[in-house]
Design a protein around this ligand. Structure first.
Ligand SMILES: *Cc1c(COP(=O)(O)O)cnc(C)c1O
Length: 411
């Protein structure tokens, strides 16, 4: 009865054991993955998949990238964890590189956590230090699952079973300038912050408009409140800029990062912009046992340096544009268009059949995500090639076959 000595365990057996031992919050996993290389992963039955999701925008460098494996292995052997009573070279180097890539002004700083939701917790605590309590977030926003971040997350099904959550959170329709103006005015001098995703991820890859993000900047500055950008999904080159805010020239007071930052090793970060914002959180007001540990930071450093050395930010932009135009080129009656930027994309369907398309894609050897009933999310590793993207685009018509109603014929 030693599970580790059962290399022939099939996918079905693993899934049965999963059901008998894991909390049911995720439902039944789609399959059991055992290895990966580049943009491909393999399941317990030996089936190969082109990974167009990258663990939800996490595997920046794909699977088994030599630079990342080498950095993690070397750091694991050298020094893995020290607590925040101490620091280590990778922690300092990663913080410095993040500030440089974010073009953050002097006095800016980084707090390291272990996940996205923890980065958001840090941001919430930062906003409380303004002495105000109201936070404006967007409808359909996703900011995480811990009870603080959950109050900012929109979806009632995620929030309501856990009420009451922290108070004084207002949700406004995304990209609606008048609604934002009204909410800021109503909050008055109790407005602590506005928090926005520059592209809403879980909502279905909805890009924020430059004018809207700039208005959020203008209104928060005028109100003496903070502007927080949640770049947990959009950061680290994914959209074809190091950070999505750089596309818009709208600089926040704070930014959260996580998913792609360490290429698959758990990490989160809160970046504070400028000395005044940085000074809001002082000695003893926040902390983490694991946050900023040398292993995660070495992985982050290797990820950022590889993205930098291989020009993967520019590559993400070019591959994203190639993907969008190739999908548009299909002129398929079931495809309404492609949303997003760089390699954070949604193929928008004219019918709510994304779940069926994703299931067919999996069967055909492609991992994609039905992020909304009518939207298929693609967030592949930034190393993905034109040929790999083309193999999916070539398969798309067969994945949609029989689902498309006669154009004009209704569903
Ligand atoms: C994934 C995500 C989070 C939460 O990150 P976790 O690591 O799952 O806690 C928060 N905000 C955004 C925009 C995300 O995409």
């Amino acid at each position: 009865m030693t599970p580790e000595s059962s290399p022939v365990t099939s996918t079905g057996d693993w899934l049965d054991r999963y059901a008998g031992s894991l909390l049911g919050v995720f439902g039944r996993p789609q399959t059991v993955l055992t290895r990966g290389e580049g943009c491909y992963v393999e399941d317990a039955d030996g089936k190969r998949y082109l990974d167009l999701l990258a663990g939800i925008a996490v595997n920046t460098l794909g699977h088994g990238h030599p630079a990342l494996v080498e950095a993690i292995s070397a750091q694991a052997a050298r020094l893995m964890h020290v607590s925040n009573f101490f620091t280590s070279p990778p922690q300092v180097e990663l913080a410095e590189l993040l500030l440089e890539l974010a073009e953050a002004p002097s006095g800016s700083a980084v707090f390291f956590a272990n996940s996205g939701t923890e980065a958001i917790e840090g941001a919430i605590k930062l906003t409380r230090r303004t002495g105000r309590s109201q936070i404006i977030a967007a409808e359909n926003a996703f900011h995480g699952r811990s009870t603080g971040a959950l109050a900012l997350t929109w979806k009632p099904a995620y929030r309501e079973p856990f009420a009451p959550l922290i108070p004084d959170i207002v949700h406004v329709p995304y990209n609606d300038e008048d609604a934002l103006r009204r909410a800021v005015q109503e909050a008055g001098t109790n407005l602590a912050a506005v928090i926005l995703e520059p592209i809403q991820g879980e909502a279905g890859i909805i890009p924020g408009e430059t004018a809207y993000l700039a208005l959020a900047r203008e209104l928060t500055s005028a109100a003496g409140a903070l502007l927080v950008f949640d770049e947990i999904q959009t950061g680290v080159g994914r959209t074809g800029a190091w950070f999505a805010f750089q596309h818009h020239g709208v600089v926040p007071d704070a930014m959260t990062l996580a998913k792609g930052l360490a290429g698959g090793v758990p990490i989160g970060a809160l970046v504070t912009f400028g000395a005044e914002v940085t000074a809001l959180l002082t000695h003893g007001q926040h902390g983490s046992t694991f946050g900023g540990n040398p292993l995660a930071c070495a992985a982050g450093l290797a990820t950022l340096r590889t993205v930098q050395a291989q020009g993967l930010v520019e590559h993400a932009l070019a591959m994203g544009e190639h993907l969008a135009s190739a999908v548009d080129g299909l002129a398929h009656p079931l495809i309404a268009g492609v949303r997003g930027r760089g390699l954070l994309r949604a193929i928008v369907l004219t019918q709510p059949v994304a779940a069926t398309v994703a299931a067919r894609a999996l069967a055909a050897g492609f991992i994609v995500n039905p992020v909304a009933p009518e939207a298929i999310r693609l967030a592949p590793p930034l190393i993905i090639t034109r040929a790999e993207l083309d193999s999916f685009v070539a398969a798309l018509p067969s994945l949609l076959a029989g689902l498309a109603p006669d154009p004009g014929g209704g569903a």
